[in-house]
Design a binder for this molecule. Sequence first.
Ligand code: PLP
Length: 357
Amino acid sequence: MINVTQTFLPPQEEYNKIVKRAWDKIWLTNRGELTLELESKLKKYLNTNSIIITNNGTIPLQIALKLLGKNGEIITTPFSYVATSAAIVWENCTPVFVDIHSEYLTIDETKIEAAITLKTTAILATHVFGNPCNIEAIENIAKKHNLKVIYDAAHSFGVNYNEKSLFNFGDVSTCSFHATKLFHTGEGGAMFCNDEELNEKLFYSHNFGHNGPLDFHGLGINAKISELQAAMGLTVFPHINHIITERKTVVDYYNANLSFKNFNGLKIRANTTWNYSYFPVVFESEQVLLKIQKALNEKKIFPRRYFYPSLNTINYINGEKMSISESIASRILCLPLYVGLTTSELEQIVSIINNNI
Ligand SMILES: *Cc1c(COP(=O)(O)O)cnc(C)c1O
């Protein structure tokens, strides 16, 4: 069976060796030495101004929205994983959708200003598949209207834009270290912030608000990662360049061999060093997509409809119509992409698609 992705698992002995340190110390959580070491290694590797590792990639969105959203209207993209919208609703803010670019698949910055009202407090945009949003334009709009910018950068591990980590943009950027993501800790995530004062708030918010054992800065929640998850991260980390290189090989294969006659791939924004995190293809119609999906499924190949449905259509949201996002969502399929996909498997996937298009 070939799925859209397969979790990268390092040799188990390597995990055992690292996790033994938690056993030896009898210390499983509360920012132990493994968590601190992972934070320091990732900060250096990614070259970010800060990092706070969390227990998943959704809670940093919630914390950022709690601190910056202030129960207002949040301008957001309908084309993302459901966590982006769900976090907004969960934090008692109101999602206001703005349609996307048909090629970049990120929020269409030219339509943002029309959606701003007196209740707007922030923009929450996703760097979809690791493809950066129009950061400069969004920053200008935010400045002009005094709005905060939060980036759901769940897919952006290792992506650089203008030679800087994509995590260094926006008031807060978040990442997911879920097992299906490029770098993972099983479950996990992180938040990044360039403002020292805000970063301090994010930090205490992720640990019950603690200011030492007996005092509190303010309200907080538990978003701490465990040492067992940090051990997984430290085990995966030395393989990260290998992971990215292997994924690039798969992406290069698809680009060289898919016919691209009646469908498109993802257009990556200029000045981006991408991470090869996903391989989406957008077909002519949903019928073609379903035909190809069926042909692949018959050979036990399971691509995923990332992202479907368009988030504005979800029952508890019921947003305005978003023509481009809804159209793309109905026609997009992410092809299998992971370390260990063999050439013969790739040949099979490509020939099924090319023969059915
Ligand atoms: C995976 C993902 C998340 C959520 O991350 P978790 O670690 O699963 O909580 C949020 N946004 C996007 C775009 C994602 O793909």
